[in-house]
Design a protein around this ligand. Structure first.
Ligand code: SAH
Ligand code: ZN
Ligand code: ZN
Ligand code: ZN
Ligand code: ZN
Length: 462
């Protein structure tokens, strides 16, 4: 049973879709094909499961690859998929929004229980619900008005601090980007619009692609698409909107910033981002023929090997992305814990200047900005730290290791002082989950259902 995937006995591998074969659909669009791989490398039967939900409670779609599905079941499935569609089209939502804006201030209400803007005729139906007034300023900050989703397994929403949002926009703007494709980054989209109003910054265009349809209420058709980033699916078929956005006219330059849920499958995300890049490439006039679309993917540092495996042209920057509503991961040397979330990008690291006043410095050997505690190691010839702590060189291992590790002579490598000694002889364990039963390559992260546990601890608990 896939959701109860027990990583002790097998791992799940994602099989990317090949041309021609169409996957069955769940309410979240085309499903993904998985294959069980046992400890001894035996391959199991393949099955389709939901691309977006990691918990069967959220979507229980399951179908063997070779399964014959009856007409009745197909029909029931279709009915279910239809019933999960948003009630209104993007166009209709936008018409409502236009009406809403023109209402007098004391008639602008937002239903907190239903998470919708209410038009005058609808207030009665929501009379028993909690509703609030909505100011013009609040209308421009939907991410502050909407309640962040907090489903830990599938879709928890962690919003950037103002500091990190402005850093991202200032950096991209300084690099000459004029169009920002916001994939799962609603806060960047709204900040761009706010900054455009202020007229202090170079104007930027933006398009938000997000699975959270509540955002549809605040944007026009060319500003928001209901989209699933795990299977590159447009729920309303609006792929043309993305194509128009990716087309660069005159001095326009497009860049993507994505901040996926941290439990998300790296391979599926990388595949979607490659499809976006390919679409962008096809749309540009012939000159830059095989260039890649500039992208930033925001994800925890411990996924670095996994991301670079899928996207070798990317590198990880030291910048620590700050979140408002993630209690444990506010930015800072002095404040609370440091954030484990980093920027992965195919933009050259030497072009990205990290804020000195927050503790970043330039390493002239590596030719990139690094965190102050990330000291250059002459033996490794890199600034080695991944987690923001000062790493130290172990001459026996011939590499830099985490400060909490000690060289263990019976294991022949560095490890935590209280590691299960001798057990790990010759075994590396899974980088993602630490399991000794499989290597990182076999891990689909299904074993990482919670990248962050309820107590806020991440899987890299060292
Ligand atoms: N830091 C960002 C928010 C990141 S939270 C900001 O401040 O703007 C993750 C975002 O990805 C949320 O907006 C969520 O709705 C969206 N998301 C989650 N699953 C998704 C999926 N399968 N496809 C597209 N977007 C998704
Ligand atoms: Zn209501
Ligand atoms: Zn260096
Ligand atoms: Zn060592
Ligand atoms: Zn694993």
């Amino acid at each position: 049973d896939m959701a109860e995937a027990d990583d002790e006995s097998f791992a799940l591998q994602l099989i990317l879709p090949e041309g021609g074969k169409t996957a069955p659909c769940c309410p979240h669009g085309p499903t993904l094909l998985f294959e069980k791989v046992s400890k001894r490398g035996e391959r199991g039967r393949r099955f389709y499961a939901c691309s977006a939900c990691r918990d069967r409670k959220d979507c229980n779609f399951f179908q063997w690859e070779d399964e014959k599905v009856s007409e009745a079941r197909l029909l029931a499935r279709e009915v279910k998929n239809q019933s999960k569609r948003p009630l209104l089209s993007q166009e209709e939502y936008h018409t409502r929004f236009t009406t809403f804006i023109s209402l007098p201030l004391d008639e602008k209400k937002f239903c907190q229980d239903c998470q919708i803007l209410l038009l005058p005729g609808e207030r009665e139906a929501h009379a028993s619900h909690r509703s609030t007034d909505v100011s013009a300023a609040q209308l421009r900050r939907p991410s502050a008005l909407l309640r962040p989703l907090d489903n830990k397994k599938s879709n928890a929403q962690y919003l950037f601090t103002d500091r990190s949002s402005h850093f991202l926009l200032d950096t991209l703007s300084a690099l000459g980007y004029t169009k920002l494709l916001c994939v799962g980054t609603p806060r960047l989209q709204e900040l761009i619009k706010l900054r455009n109003l202020e007229q202090k910054h170079k104007p930027m265009k933006s398009l938000l692609l997000d699975i959270d349809f509540r955002y549809a209420q605040f944007y026009s058709q060319d500003e928001f698409c209901h989209y699933n980033m795990f299977n590159h699916h447009f729920f309303g078929g609006e792929v043309g909107i993305l194509q128009a956005f990716l087309t660069e006219c005159d001095e326009e330059k497009v860049v993507m910033v994505a901040d996926p849920p941290f439990g998300g499958l790296v391979k599926a995300l990388a595949n979607s981002f490659c499809l976006i890049s390919r679409m962008w490439r096809k749309l540009q006039s012939s000159d830059g023929s095989n260039a890649d679309m500039p992208m930033m993917w925001i994800f925890p540092y411990f996924f670095e090997p996994r991301i670079l495996e899928c996207l070798p042209s990317f590198s990880m920057l030291d910048y620590q992305v700050g979140y408002d509503n993630h209690p444990l991961y506010k930015h800072g040397k002095t404040g609370r814990k440091q954030s484990p979330v980093r920027l992965f990008t195919n933009i050259s690291p030497k072009d990205i200047i990290l804020p000195k006043e927050e503790g970043y410095r330039f390493c002239s050997v590596c030719e990139r900005d690094v965190w102050c505690l990330n000291k250059h190691c002459a033996k490794c010839n890199v600034c080695p730290s991944k987690d923001g702590r000062e790493w130290k060189h172990c001459s026996a291992c011939q590499k830099c290791v985490k400060p909490s590790w000690r060289h263990c002579h019976s294991c022949g490598r560095c490890a935590l002082p209280d590691h299960p000694c001798g057990l790990s002889q010759g075994k590396e364990g899974c980088f993602n989950c630490g399991s000794l039963q499989h290597k990182r390559k076999a891990c689909i992260q299904s074993c990482v259902v919670y990248v962050y546990g309820d107590d806020g601890r991440n899987i890299d608990s060292s």
